[in-house]
Design a protein around this ligand. Sequence first.
Ligand SMILES: Cc1ncc(COP(=O)(O)O)c(C=O)c1O
Length: 381
Amino acid sequence: MAAGRRPPAADGPGVTTALADLPTPALLVDRERMEANLAAMAAAYRAAGVALRPHFKTSKCVAVARRQLAHGAAGFTCATPAEVALLQDAGVEDVLWAHQPVGPAKVAFAVGALGRGGLTVALDSVESAEPLARTAEAAGVAVPYVLEVDTGLHRAGVDPGRAVEVAGALAALPALSLRGVITHEGHLAAYGPDRAGLEAAGALAGRTLVQVADALRADGHACPLVSVGSTPGANSAPFAPGVTEARPGTYVYYDANQVRLGSAGFDQCAQTVLTRVVSTQRAGTVIVDAGIKAMSSDAIATAGVLGVVCDLEGKPLDGVEFTTGHEEHGFLTGPGTDGLRVGDLLRVIPNHACGTTNMWSGLHLVDGARAVDHHPIEARH
Ligand SMILES: Cc1ncc(COP(=O)(O)O)c(C=O)c1O
């Protein structure tokens, strides 16, 4: 590891580093906030008898996944082969790959990963299923799968009215066995700050998926798993009677987008980017050392374009906007920048935690004003 890449905090148990001594920019995760997020979501689902299968894409960090397991997660959801492999290598026994395994490389990977056991794949058509089914049959590997259903996002997933027909066609293929149905109610983000409308749409997505499961059972299919998943919908969709599982991902850290959607408050946002003011040459603009390679520019959520600028305690600063960024320079503007000086430390709550994670190869776990541990972020593109 090159000098300066890691702070002393990574060097051994019990060694901690003041935030002021970390190299900037740095990705921080507030331990207390993360633990509270994990505990609250796990408790809500435990009380409702709904299994929790978090999406791993938000952290891509095995140490965080282990904390989710400790809070009672039943398994994980993944989007990419690298995420699946990382969790399987870490010994996680129940993984849902919620993405269609299409193309020779993904089919070969899927058959190998299915052969290790504990993996379920998502399918939504005969076209996506057939090469996998034939390759798995030749290898003598079983393919437990869930049928992905579109409850409004209009991404992947069969229309609810076609689920019975598609499941029937898939039943004719070798090696496949249906475990249930999944949906990602990602369309809830379109409701913006209309929380009541968002929750009504979330409940409807849950009910729609349960109706699909009932229709499949009436047609003779076993359908034990009825799985919804999103952070905006985390307090609505999973509570539709008949839903068995919830797959929120972003809840581990939350972010500015989730605050705007009413899923959390800023005081629950556990992921921040630590950055330092490096130049104040022009009146009205302050330059920091976190640019677009440190942040995710996804979905402008609040007044700030690249994230919400906070003080060192993680409290949003009035009148400071993260207006734009170059690769390694961020531009802060607004009346609140008047008091900022070269060398000042700030923390930025990203718009989108999952996109920001993908920018970084490691995170500092933070207790108060000290970094107490460093964990790798893996399975990035
Ligand atoms: C299939 C699937 N399940 C669950 C999730 C988790 O949703 P969120 O990021 O809102 O927590 C996602 C997010 O992209 C997803 O694609």
